[in-house]
Design a protein around this ligand. Structure first.
Ligand SMILES: NC(=O)C1=CN([C@@H]2O[C@H](COP(=O)(O)OP(=O)(O)OC[C@H]3O[C@@H](n4cnc5c(N)ncnc54)[C@H](OP(=O)(O)O)[C@@H]3O)[C@@H](O)[C@H]2O)C=CC1
Ligand SMILES: O=C(O)C1=N[C@H](C(=O)O)C[C@H](O)C1
Length: 233
């Protein structure tokens, strides 16, 4: 496939490495300064740019009929608009806060545990996410997805950064060194705690998942998620 990268930073470079190893071609590396983009040259676009750029990059791809994989986080306030514009243009896109296989398994584990904990009011849930010091958004998109999975399956109705009132999930965000991404969920009572945790050792898992999603979406029309791609049962 001919792949265009929107964003050529830490993730863009890792995606390039994975894509070339799978015999794809990188036909464009679009960054903030890029003016002329030849959309006719690309089979699929992969956006790992920045919160302020993601929506605009998506729209350009929809308008030019290029399927797009959106990995950038911190722009979900515009997600519904993106879905509407994708459908209006008969486009195709997948957004995932986290493309790694391990985190998508972790998303399922999180919901399974949340369902079991629903009526165990003696346990209070809290979350922590740790990333590198260059991360622009907090909490992470992955943490938001995890919190939404808990809200869907328990009596909790919202999440909040740091401290949260009863009925809301507190998320602590830490920025430490070059940490790729660590997410933990803790259910604590007076007598014990139950914790689940995912630790990314590097960015390869994120990039591999994004390239696999790009391979999957070509030829399709619509709005999809990694659940469609991974089919985890
Ligand atoms: N869904 C997932 O699995 C994952 C998602 N992410 C998300 O991906 C995003 C990028 O992460 P990361 O690669 O670490 O960040 P980086 O800052 O390393 O890279 C972002 C790149 O985007 C460039 N950029 C800025 N504006 C634009 C624009 N308008 N169009 C295209 N490119 C632009 C930046 O250029 P410049 O430096 O010149 O500003 C930079 O090179 C973040 O939102 C992060 O949360 C990260 C890992 C996994
Ligand atoms: O910025 C990052 O690095 C990451 N961001 C994503 C997020 O916001 O969840 C995914 C991953 O945790 C790495």
């Amino acid at each position: 496939m001919k792949i265009a990268l929107f964003g050529y930073g830490k993730m863009g470079k890792m995606i390039e490495k994975i894509a070339l190893s799978r015999n794809h071609t990188i036909v464009a590396k679009v960054d903030v300064d890029t003016v002329d983009i030849d959309f006719s040259e690309m089979d699929v676009a992969i956006d790992f740019s920045m919160p302020s750029a993601a929506y605009g990059n998506l729209i350009k791809c929809f308008e030019h009929g290029v399927p797009v994989i959106s990995g950038t986080t911190g722009w979900l306030d515009k997600y519904d608009e993106a879905v509407a514009l994708c459908k209006e243009n008969k486009g195709a896109f997948i957004y995932a806060s986290n493309f790694s296989l391990g985190v998508n398994v972790f998303f399922e584990l999180n919901e399974y545990l949340a369902k079991m904990m629903k009526n165990l009011d003696q346990y209070k849930v809290s979350m922590e996410e740790i990333h590198h010091t260059q991360k622009l958004d907090e909490p992470s998109g992955t943490a938001i997805t995890l919190a939404e999975g808990i809200i869907k399956n328990t009596k909790y109705n919202a999440w909040k950064l740091e401290k949260a009132p009863a009925g809301e999930i507190p998320i602590v965000s830490k920025r430490i060194g070059t940490t790729p991404g660590t997410h933990s969920i803790d259910y604590s009572s007076e007598v014990d705690s139950i914790e689940i945790k995912h630790t990314a050792h590097n960015r390869e898992g994120f990039a591999l998942g994004a390239v696999i999603a790009a391979e999957w979406i070509v030829g399709k029309t619509g709005v999809f998620t990694m659940k469609d791609v991974l089919n985890l049962g």
